[in-house]
Design a protein around this ligand. Structure first.
Ligand code: SF4
Length: 307
């Protein structure tokens, strides 16, 4: 009998790495898939795939993620993170890839009850149903607490090797990591910018003003200090030389200016009416960040400062 083949979501986090190891111990051949967006770097997944010795498929997920941010059917988490829909969409996409590439099942490193909102039993069921993967979605870390999947029922995936982890404690995962020789993994909370409240404020502001149609404007949320001026103009002020240079190259998106002869930041004006009042305020804000060229207090800019 040929080995059962699984396509496992791999973020590079510990649980996703453990899922691969547990599936392999249960007799599966595993490849990984990760979903790249401006909000989530895939470098940890690439590192993990290399350490695990598995092939990694990288899918550009930006368009799907942006559409979910515009309209998340199950709403947002604490910030601008449409986790339930995002996760379901990733799994649906992995399911389509699995069917196309001849995999028998899709797997994730989800642990029942680890995240109260997105990994409770009901959320796991929603994801499986909405991804149209009934019976072909395996959660090896909590499989013994869930209905057996089709590969388990067929005896092609050894259920006795699957686990019954649940809850938020990490002791069992850390012990398993040592057992499987997994030494490098990022912290469980880190990674997705959409879960950060401050980043969420900038993203919401962009969505509500310029919209999310420009991928480059979305990428620029990671650069500089962001302001929204009274007549609707967006202002991004560089925080260091590297950011000043990035902003100086974005003249296709907006209007760049700097602090002239004084040492200080560069800034980009985007969208809005760019009224005379906004431009004057933008120059005043930039001047306040120059060395010796602006007002002593920066309190005046607080009402316009997003993050
Ligand atoms: S944390 Fe980010 S990448 Fe992960 S499911 Fe939520 S929105 Fe998607």
């Amino acid at each position: 009998m040929t080995a059962v083949k699984g396509l496992s979501l791999l973020s590079g986090g510990l649980d996703s790495q453990l899922a691969v190891k547990v599936l392999e111990s249960a007799g599966a051949e595993v490849e990984g898939v990760c979903f790249a967006t401006p909000f989530f770097s895939h470098s940890a997944a690439e590192k993990a795939a290399e350490a695990l010795g598995i092939r990694l498929h990288i899918v550009d997920f930006t368009a799907t993620e942006l559409a979910l941010i515009e309209n998340p059917p199950h709403g947002f988490g604490k910030a601008m993170n449409p986790c339930i829909d995002c996760h379901a969409s990733m799994i649906r996409c992995a399911g389509e890839m699995a069917a196309r590439l001849g995999f028998d099942f899709v797997a994730t490193g989800e642990v029942l009850g680890q995240r109260p909102m997105s990994q409770n039993r009901q959320a796991l069921e929603i994801v499986e149903r909405e991804a149209a993967l009934q019976g072909r979605l395996v959660r090896p870390l909590s499989a013994l607490l869930l209905e057996p999947s089709i590969p388990e029922r067929e005896g092609r995936l050894d259920r006795s090797k699957l686990l019954s982890l649940q809850g938020r404690r990490r002791d069992a995962q850390i012990a398993l990591a040592a057992q499987f020789g997994i030494t490098e993994y990022p912290s469980p909370a880190g990674g997705c910018k959409l879960t950060e409240a401050a980043y969420g404020r900038k993203l919401k502001d962009l969505r509500d003003h310029e919209g999310l149609g420009s991928r480059r404007l979305v990428e620029l949320l990671a650069v500089g200090r962001h302001f929204r001026l009274p007549d609707g103009t967006g202002l991004i002020v560089g925080r260091d030389q590297r950011e000043n240079e990035i902003l100086a190259c974005e003249t296709a998106l907006g209007e760049f200016f700097d602090s002239g002869n004084l040492p200080g930041p560069g800034a980009l004006l985007v969208g809005g009416a760019r009224s005379a009042d906004d431009l004057a305020l933008a120059r005043r804000i930039v001047a306040a960040y120059t060395k010796g060229g602006g007002e002593a207090s920066r309190d005046f800019m607080q009402p316009y400062h997003i993050c």
